[in-house]
Ligand binder design. Sequence first.
Ligand code: S3P
Length: 167
Amino acid sequence: MRIFIIGFMGSGKSHWGKIWAEESKMNYYDLDALIIAEEQLSIEEIFEKKGEAYFRKIEATVLRSTIEDEHCIISCGGGTPCFVENMTWMNENGVTVYLKGESVWLLQNMSEEIHHRPLFKNIDQSEILGFIEEKIKERSVYYDKAQILLPSAVQNKDTIWQILSTI
Ligand code: S3P
């Protein structure tokens, strides 16, 4: 059993991933944290010093390294499903769960760390909401391939049991 949690930045992937792993006694991995450990750089620094294309390459490699664990929950990065056939790979090697949320709610959840997010680097404050909406529209083609859809309103500590019961 391998569960991949996907969704836009601020959708609660790491928050719920950690809680659901504790609840279900599964191992837990945060893809961004694995990348940081591998590169010995923050995500912001990887984007700045090496560029997004490099980040996406490492992200795909680190994602595939989770194949070694048969019993785990993996919180992906917001862009993970959209590059290097990652969504197809995740669907072939586990169960994908999409945490879906409205753009205003996502922005609220991210507001404190918004300036550390590489994707928002050159976006004016007044344009962030529109940018999020555009990005979600663009990424939906990948996000919508998830096997399980979880709107923000139905996410709670016990949701993991619902997920496991449908697998
Ligand atoms: C990204 C989301 C981030 C991180 C990187 C790129 C994206 O992860 O991987 O900044 O493209 O949406 P979180 O969604 O965990 O913040």
